[in-house]
Write a protein that binds this ligand. Sequence first.
Ligand code: FES
Ligand SMILES: [Fe+2]
Length: 458
Amino acid sequence: MNKPEAISVAAQAQAMIIPVEAFVSKDYARAEADKLWRKVWLQAGRIEDIPESGNYITYEIGDDSVLILRKQDGAIAAYRNVCTHRGRRLVDTPKGQRNARGSAPRFTCGFHAWTFELDGTASYIERPEEWGGALCDEVTRLGGVKVDTWGGFVWINLDPEAGPLREFLEPAATTLDPFRLQDMRPRWRYWTQFECNWKVALEAFNETYHVAGTHPEMMAFGEYVGWGQRQGLHSNIGYDAADGVEENKSKLRLGAGDPRTSTAEMQKYIWDGVNTNTTKTLVDVAQRLPTELPEGTPPGEVVRHWLETAKKEDAARGVVWPEIDPSHVAASGTAWQIFPNQQIGHAVNNMLCYQARPVDADPDRCYFEVAVYQLWADGEAPETEWTYLAPDDFPHILRQDFSNMAAVQKGMKMAGYPGNIPNPKNEGAVISLHQSLAAYMGTGAPIPLATPVKGAGA
Ligand code: FES
Ligand SMILES: [Fe+2]
C-alpha cells in the first residue's frame, strides 16, 4: 500500500478582495504571455496520444506552438513548432481542431521544403552551400523546449531556465501519485470557447459554494459544504464530512438523507446528466444499495459497501483500483488546482479535468477543455480525440456552470465595482490562484478585506 507523506494543511485564508485587473485588463493579458505562460510548466497533452516513434501532437498557448513527439529511441521530445529557415509554423493545426495530432517519420516545411528529423536536426536543405558554409546544426535544428511527464500527462516549459517539473508540481504530485492517474484513459474530451477570461472559467469549478445557486436541483442529493486551501503554488478543495466517514470527504461520496437511496439517485443523475466523475460500475452498484443494505445502515457502512463492492466487481473484470489509505484519500480532497490553468478532480478510479487558456491575448475570451478519464480493462478504453462542442451542446449541469461565464466577465467591468470577495473557506482556491499569479505577474495580489480599497462603495 502506498503511504504518502502527510499533506500539510494550510491555515484557512483570510478574507481578501481580488482586484479585477487580472480578469479584464488588456495590458495584463498581454503581459501574461511573457511573465506567466512562458515561465510555468504547462500540461500539454497525454502520453498515450504519442505511443509510437513518429507520433506527434502540438500544443498552443498564445503566440507559441510546441511540437511534441516520440523520437526513434522512444523518448519524448518537444520543439518550438517553427521552421528555422524563415519562421513558417512547421506543423499546422487543421482548421477547427484544438491541435494537430498524427504520425510522421520526419517533418517537411511547407514553404521551402526544409526537412527535420524526429531528433530535431535538419536533414534536407536545398542548396545549403549557398550559405557559404554558415549553416551548422546549431543554427538549423529545431529549437528545443523543456518537456517532462507526470500523471500520464506531458508537460512543457518555454523557459530554458525552468526548474524541474516535479519541484514545480509539489505537493500536488506526491499527494496524487497514489491515484495512479497515468493508468487512466479518457472516456471523452471536449473543448469549447467562452466569452470570458480564462480565470473566470477555472474559478467556476474550483469551489462548491456555487452549487446551491447554480445547480439548485443537486441540493436534493447532498450537502456541498467544502473548503479550499493553498498548497505551494497550487491548491486543493474538498468536502467537510463527519468524523469516522473518511470516505465521504472524497469525490466518491454519499447522498444526504437515506444514503442508500440518495446515493443511487445521485449516481444516476450524474451519469445520465453529465457523465463525469463516476464510472458505470459505481453507478450500477449504487443502484443496488437500497436492496443490498437494510434501512438504517449507518453512512460509513453504506459508503464502504458501495466502494468495496464496486472495487471487487471491477477487479473481477480486470480493472484494478489502486490501494490508497482512506485517510489519504480524504486529506487529498476532491480536486487539485495545478497552477496556473489545470484542475484535476481525482478519485481512485477516475478523474475529471478542466483546463483553460486565453484566445490570443484577449482578456475576454478563452478556450475551455473538459476531459473525463477512468481505469479500463485491457483493450476497453475507447479511441478519443479532442472534439469541439459548442457551449450550448454540453450536458445540462455543465451548461448551468457555463451560463455564468460571460455574465461574470461583463459584471466585473462595471464602473465602481471594487473587486471579488471570495469566501475564504470554500473559495480559498480562488484566493490562492491570485496569490500565485501575483508572484509571477508582479501585480494583482489579493488585498486583505479589512484594508479600505480605493473606489469601494463609491
Ligand atoms: S520557412 Fe521553412 S523552409 Fe523556408
Ligand atoms: Fe458547477
